[in-house]
Design a protein around this ligand. Structure first.
Ligand SMILES: C[S@@+](CC[C@H](N)C(=O)[O-])C[C@H]1O[C@@H](n2cnc3c(N)ncnc32)[C@H](O)[C@@H]1O
Length: 252
């Protein structure tokens, strides 16, 4: 998603009360960054312009939602969309937080104490070339990181237009011990409860391309055991060690 640089983006984010600056300092206390810390914590990874997060957060005051993207220009657009959706719903933005972060290092943002119930990954970059596949947000390298903070029974929910990514993701999840609980090649024709449309979903749907969707469950004592076994076979997929203070993936 290429965007022209927006002069207003960083000042608007800097002034935004629900944009987390230097977010890794909240690692282990992410729930406390919301006024109702006992509510379930959901994540959206690669939220882009935030249309999905805006709708989901506005429709679900009973959960807390952390929406993450690496690009601050896009997050600034997301902020405007979130403002508009909550305004329309007649609500304050009290259950949503935004942050700029490299998802490849998400284990330095969230710890096992942060206990995430759902992870939404919508239309992630498909990275079709073999040498680039480890950059996929559903690659085993990433699943290992998500497993470190998912609740027992926690879910990963993915939407995509891309068939090879969809097939490969099912394989990654199964091989790394997640239970695939729902798979459809056409979300809008399936019986899955309504899910807010994302930017990319609107575009692909208008072009007649069906949205593929899956849900997968993390099970303690099962998925984690399988991950540990797989890591002995594929040690290069272990979480990258980031020396304290050397590299900080925050943007603002
Ligand atoms: C193809 S767009 C999809 C946007 C939105 N989810 C949608 O469905 O319309 C992918 C988004 O993921 C973000 N992204 C990709 N890789 C990322 C990473 N490693 N860390 C953080 N954000 C990332 C990009 O900046 C972009 O906004």
């Amino acid at each position: 998603m290429r965007m022209r640089r927006k002069k207003w983006a960083r000042p608007e984010l800097a002034a935004c009360p629900y944009f987390l600056k230097d977010p890794s300092r909240f690692r282990g206390a992410m729930r406390e960054q919301f006024p109702r810390p006992d509510q379930p914590l959901w994540l959206e990874l690669g939220c882009g312009k935030g249309t999905f997060a805006a709708r989901l957060g506005a429709d679900h005051p009973e959960v807390n939602l952390l929406a993450i993207d690496i690009k601050s220009d896009i997050l600034a657009v997301a902020r405007r969309n979130i403002q508009a959706a909550y305004h329309e719903a007649g609500r304050e933005v009290d259950n949503l937080r935004l942050c700029a972060y490299e998802i490849g290092l998400i284990h330095t943002l969230l710890s096992p104490e942060d206990v995430v119930e759902k992870i939404f990954i919508n239309f992630p970059n498909p990275w079709p070339h073999t040498g680039h596949r480890k950059k996929r947000l559903t690659h085993p390298k990433q699943l290992v990181l998500y497993a470190s903070f998912l609740a027992d029974g926690g879910e990963i929910l993915m939407k995509t237009d891309d068939e090879p990514l969809f097939r490969d993701t099912q394989e990654y999840l199964t091989q790394w011990g997640f239970d695939l609980t729902y798979v459809t090649w056409d979300l809008h024709q399936s019986g899955w409860p309504e899910s807010p449309m994302t930017e990319h979903e609107e575009k692909f749907t208008a072009e007649g391309i069906p949205t593929k969707f899956l849900a997968a469950r993390f099970r303690k004592g099962c998925t984690d055991v399988r991950i540990a076994e797989q890591l002995t076979r594929y040690p290069k997929f272990a979480p990258p060690v980031v020396p304290e203070g050397v590299f900080r993936p925050e943007i603002l």
